[in-house]
Design a protein around this ligand. Structure first.
Ligand code: BDR
Ligand code: CA
Length: 326
């Protein structure tokens, strides 16, 4: 049976790669997509998301507009990475579709309460690939939705490295309070969480040559869009390969054995002169005497992805977006 999923996105070149995979893989049932400001302002995110789903022939999927800005921080987008329109400035025909009239948080509530009522195989895997603003608002406003969740697999944070700053990963850095609220709420509500962070994010690569083959398929379909997204990312970084980025977190739902994970206590740094927005991943062995540590153990223990079968994930993405998955 296909795994029910909901993606929360800030589309975003690599969010677009993730949407194509989730929209096209028969092992997933994409129940809704919710949008949040992050890589680009939320209205651009909504348009980009609808455009990707149209290219994938999935205009049946509900798309909802969510938070415009982080809980506390001023929004600082990443259009210097993702292009002025947030999705590679591909000059691709924009969707004429409108988003759902409900706010993203209301759509998430409705989808998850519906799943809770049905239970069993209907429980939803929520895959946030963006700042966690919508998810923090959801879990604090409607904690009952936990009953409809199988797990949360989010792209964000890292054990060792940063990208937005030397210390912090973009999604968590953009809205650190939201990330802290989500970890806290998940600990309270007993929601299983997997962190697909920068320790694995850059590893699944697609070559420029393979992207060119996808582009050559033409017709403004999913393969061409996939190829053009990867080509943009190669050009942007002057490289012959590009990561599938957020799409790797969707691969982690489809093929969970493709990542090596450890259950570790994690906190979000909310102060810090140079480290605000860093995920503090505690890799100490807690069998020793740590009574001297004034902070104690973080209340949130989650699965942290520390290794990856990158070739497998890149192949899974390529096979799916080029229509070779059955
Ligand atoms: C994350 O930040 C965004 O720019 C990407 O879409 C990804 O979700 C990587 O740090
Ligand atoms: Ca993203």
């Amino acid at each position: 049976m296909a795994v029910p999923v909901v993606l929360d996105v800030d589309t975003g070149v690599d969010d677009a790669c993730a949407l194509l995979l989730a929209a096209l893989h028969p092992g997933l049932e994409l129940r809704a997509v919710t949008c949040v400001g992050g890589n680009a302002p939320v209205d651009a995110v909504v348009t980009n998301t609808l455009t990707v789903l149209d290219a994938a022939g999935r205009d049946d999927v509900v798309v909802a507009r969510g938070a415009e800005r982080p809980l506390l921080e001023d929004p600082v987008d990443a259009r210097h990475v993702h292009g002025q329109d947030g999705m590679g400035d591909l000059d691709w025909p924009s969707s004429q579709r409108r988003p759902d009239p409900r706010h993203a948080v209301e759509v998430l509530r409705d989808v998850l309460l519906d799943a809770a009522a049905r239970g069993g195989d209907d429980l939803v895997t929520l895959v946030p690939l963006a700042p966690l603003t919508n998810i923090a608002l959801l879990l604090r406003t409607y904690p009952d939705v936990a009953r409809g969740l199988r797990e949360i697999v989010f792209m964000g944070g890292s054990a060792y490295v940063g990208n937005a700053t030397a210390s912090a990963e973009f999604n968590v850095f953009h809205d650190p309070e939201a990330a802290a609220v989500v970890l806290d709420a998940c600990a309270d509500l007993g929601i299983a969480v997997t962190m697909y962070g920068l320790d694995v994010f850059y590893a699944p690569l697609v070559t420029r040559a393979r992207a060119a083959e996808l582009v050559a398929s033409g017709g403004h379909g999913a393969p061409e869009l996939a190829g053009r997204l990867i080509t943009f990312a190669c050009d942007r970084f002057g490289a012959d390969t590009a990561t599938i980025g957020d799409a790797g977190a969707v691969c982690a739902v489809l093929a969970p054995e493709g990542v090596q994970r450890e259950q570790l206590p994690v906190r979000v740094e909310l102060a810090g002169t140079w480290s605000r927005g860093r995920t503090i991943v505690d890799r100490r062995d807690w069998t020793g005497d740590l009574s001297h540590d004034p902070h104690g153990r973080a209340r949130s223990t989650i699965d942290v992805c520390l290794g990856i079968d990158a070739e497998r994930y890149a192949r899974l993405w390529l096979d799916t977006v080029s229509g070779r998955t059955s």
